[in-house]
Design a protein around this ligand. Structure first.
Ligand SMILES: [Zn+2]
Length: 235
């Protein structure tokens, strides 16, 4: 195999690795965002459930206050009943007392139902709080892993780039430019094997002349179809 081809293959290997790692590195902010979104969803769910529980408690206190006001009124009416001598007034007060007692009964029923809801909500809050703790724990772990992964990728990339620079320095400048243009336009590879006279880059059969030249390994040969640099891959 031509020495230049051998060097280009090493360079191409580094370039492909750089490409893969670069793509992986670019995913990192997206993954980070997903972790943060999951966490803020769990946080929002918890806040919502807690808010609902607080609303039940506020409602319950309001009812309690209402009942207390009515109880105080009943006590007042009963005092007035004892003080009055008018039968009409006594009856009117008895009517009010009866109405308020009925109201208090209704309020107490509502209070019981609210207390049951509060109890259920308390369990939901506890479960949501648990979920939130788990989500926080997972997010912290995941973000730490992502940080470590990013650091490792960056360090590996910088190593590969420096190796690449050293390799490029040893190569013929024109050949290197040609290789880089090809790699950029093809995306995957610029130097490919010729196997059974077929270019493994574009999978087309090359001419006999090109195949003979590639086997000869005396000069740089390119595929007539895709332009990739060829080397004899058959053993
Ligand atoms: Zn080709």
């Amino acid at each position: 195999m031509l020495k230049e081809i051998e060097n280009l293959l090493v360079l191409q290997d580094r370039d492909q690795k750089i490409r893969t790692l670069d793509a992986e590195l670019k995913l990192s902010p997206q993954e980070r965002k997903e972790v943060e979104t999951r966490l803020s969803t769990a946080q929002a769910q918890f806040e919502q459930i807690r808010h609902e529980t607080q609303a039940i408690e506020i409602e319950r206190k309001k009812l309690e206050l209402d009942a207390d006001t009515k109880r105080a009124a009943i006590a007042r009416y009963k005092t007035q009943q004892m003080q009055t001598r008018k039968n009409e007034e006594f009856q009117a007060l008895a009517g009010e007392i009866g109405r308020f007692e009925k109201d208090i009964g209704t309020i107490e029923d509502e209070e019981i139902s609210l207390m049951e809801r509060a109890e259920a909500a308390k369990q939901l809050v506890a479960a949501a709080s648990n979920d939130l703790d788990t989500a926080k724990h997972l997010a912290a772990n995941r973000l730490r892993d992502l940080d470590a992964k990013t650091a490792a990728l960056e360090s590996r990339l910088s190593e590969l780039r420096s190796t690449r620079e050293s390799l490029v320095a040893t190569l013929d400048e024109d050949l290197c430019i040609r290789y880089e243009r090809l790699l950029k336009s093809k995306g995957d590879s610029a130097v490919v094997a010729l196997e059974h006279d077929v270019c493994t880059g574009c999978h087309m059969k090359v001419t006999t002349q090109t195949a003979v030249k590639a086997r000869g390994a005396k000069e740089i040969v390119c595929c007539e179809q895709c332009g990739r640099i060829l080397y004899e891959g058959e053993t």
